[in-house]
Design a protein around this ligand. Structure first.
Ligand code: PEP
Ligand code: MG
Length: 574
């Protein structure tokens, strides 16, 4: 049966391929009772799953890629030990026999009992091994449920495959960067969630918030994914398939045409030059930045260096990563944002998500409460500043006292390096992210101590409109055109201009071509976005009549009517 599903498109393009369902098995464990004669075969099934998991893990250990972190082998050894422990490999057998329940449920029950015991352990290190137990159990469950391979590491990359997931963390999503797939779709998530941002950086069509896609779509079903429109067509008929094949080739032709703009300077019709920079998560993203023609890195989300691992990267490792980006960009500016951990980006071994993670210990708040971790990062960034044109950006500033504490810690790190005779750029520009409404309202007091500003519209919208950016149930209310959002952006740009310091937008708004002219009209002259959007935004800029769009944008600032705002936006873009 053919049917269509609608979600929120986060990355454009059209993909046609076969569904590959990936899951977090623990969420979907069935419970069923067994009759007495079924028990021996269930016991056998469990033992076979343990054996298959062991073989899979030993295979992984024997084929560790040369560029894997050194800890990877130790991590697999630990997982093998956990698997062999009788509490996981033997105790569920008693539950199967005594309670007459299926193997999956017995294993899950045993895991829950074990995790409860872990909670009582005083030793932090041992307590944190909980996550390892869960991962090992997940592997066994996947074998039992008939889809082996880790949730976050699909067995093989394949351009005809479309990944269908319920939800994935940004950390899970990072692992897909090493794989190639035709498209990505998930049941939940908002368009500006970090998961969506990483999905976008895979540069393939992606859709989130498809509600029940994983339940409705079956393995190997043919799918069309239209990332632009946020539509998935399941089992399309021949005619629809032909239509989308045509659309797909038109999309490709447009993409090829845009490539001609790569070396053009982004100037408006009256000759005003606009800077177009790129957002990255890892040093490996630089070739994509270069291919996009971006003239700098406007946002390096450094926290991604800290995900998917069981330890913190030390100063040398961070220094090497930051220096590599600085050197690869050959003198072009590189803005390294200090750690924005917390909320949906948690350390594997120290999850501090709390009850309300977006309002909790996140970004600079977390760094100020973990001064040693912050100090290590500051030293690494400062050291790397000797090898290129690095700027340091502080996320989620809210109050002047936070800014002062941060500047004090940067000063201390500089002093230490100077005493040790280690070179660094003594006048490294320090910028602040304006992404909390309070910060936008008092930006006047921030600009006195900062060299530049960067508006994080993803969070600015989330916090202004009280809409969780990761929650698909409120995704329709996430509105960049809300008058309050426009006022805060305009105010921030105006204050920065008056203070004579640069200001950019580095949230997803910067890469949305529908909003390019609006931002230009509000006075923005620096944009930072995912590299895949740079050329399309440049095309908008090259055809923009600045005096006209400034007048329309100013009108938009005075309008509160949503329909009128939409009409004015259309006028801007026509
Ligand atoms: C933002 O909030 O707009 C931003 C760029 O930061 P992040 O998306 O990483 O929170
Ligand atoms: Mg942010």
């Amino acid at each position: 049966m053919s049917f269509a599903m609608h979600g929120v498109g986060v990355s454009g393009g059209i993909a046609i391929g076969y569904a590959h369902l990936i899951s977090h098995a623990i969420l979907e464990v069935p419970l069923y009772a067994l009759s007495k004669p079924q028990i021996p075969s269930e016991v056998e099934r469990f033992e076979a799953a343990i054996k298959a998991t062991r073989t899979e893990m030993e295979g992984l250990r024997a084929n560790i890629p040369a560029d894997s972190p050194a800890e990877f082998g130790a991590f697999l050894n630990l997982h093998l030990l956990i698997l062999e422990d009788s509490t996981l490999s033997k105790a569920p057998l008693d539950l199967i026999k005594n309670q007459r329940i299926n193997a999956e449920w017995a294993l899950k029950q045993q895991m829950d009992a074990l995790l409860a015991q872990f909670e009582q352990i005083e030793d932090d290190y041992l307590r944190e091994r909980k996550a390892d137990v869960v991962q090992v159990v997940e592997r066994v469950l996947k074998v039992l449920l008939g889809h082996p391979g880790s949730a976050s590491q699909p067995a093989s990359a394949d351009l005809s495959r479309i990944l269908v997931a319920h939800d994935l963390s940004p950390a899970d999503m990072m692992l897909f960067k090493q794989q190639r797939f035709a498209a990505f779709i998930t049941d939940v998530g908002g368009a500006t969630s970090h998961t969506a941002i990483v999905a976008r950086s895979l540069n393939i069509p992606s859709i989130v918030a498809l509600h029940h896609a994983r339940q409705l779509i079956r393995e190997n079903e043919l799918l069309i994914v239209d990332g632009q429109q946020g539509v998935v067509i399941v089992n399309p008929d021949k005619q629809i398939l032909a239509e989308y094949r045509l659309k797909q080739s038109q999309w490709e032709i447009e993409k090829q045409k845009l490539k001609r703009l790569k070396s053009a300077v982004a100037t408006t019709l009256d000759g005003t030059v606009v800077k177009l920079h790129a957002n990255i998560e890892l040093p490996q993203d630089i070739p994509q930045v270069k291919a996009s023609g971006a003239t700098g890195v406007g946002l390096f989300r450094s926290e991604f260096l800290f995900l998917n691992r069981d330890d913190l990267p030390d100063e040398e490792e961070q220094f090497a990563a930051y220096r590599r980006v600085a050197q690869d960009m050959r003198g072009l500016p590189v803005t390294i944002r200090t750690l924005d951990l917390g909320a949906d980006k948690q350390l594997r071994f120290a999850d501090r998500s709390g009850d309300n993670p977006a309002l909790g210990l996140r970004a600079i708040r977390l760094c100020l409460s973990e001064p040693q971790m912050f100090h290590t990062q500051l030293r690494a960034i400062l050291r790397a500043s000797h090898y290129g044109k690095i700027q340091l950006l502080v996320p989620m500033l809210c109050s002047l006292s936070e800014l002062r504490q941060t500047l004090h810690l940067i000063g201390h790190a500089k002093q230490e390096l100077a005493q040790e005779g280690i070179p660094f750029d003594a006048s490294i520009p320090i910028g602040g992210m304006i992404e909390i409404p309070a910060a936008a309202l008092v930006v006047q007091s921030f600009v006195k101590s900062l060299d530049f500003l960067s508006i994080g519209t993803n969070d600015l919208i989330q916090y202004t409109l009280a809409i969780d950016r990761t929650d698909d149930t409120v995704a329709h209310l996430y509105d960049p055109l809300h008058p309050a959002v426009l006022q805060l952006i305009a105010m921030t740009i105006a204050v920065a201009d008056k203070a004579g310091i640069p200001v950019s937008v580095c949230g997803e708004m910067a890469g949305d071509t529908v909003l390019t002219r609006l931002l230009l009209g509000l006075g923005l002259r620096e944009f930072s976005m995912h590299p895949a959007h740079v050329l399309a935004v440049k095309q908008q800029i090259l055809t923009s009549d600045l005096p006209h769009i400034t007048a329309v944008a100013q009108k938009m600032l005075k309008t509160h009517e949503p329909e009128k705002l939409q009409q004015l936006l259309l006028r801007l873009n026509s």
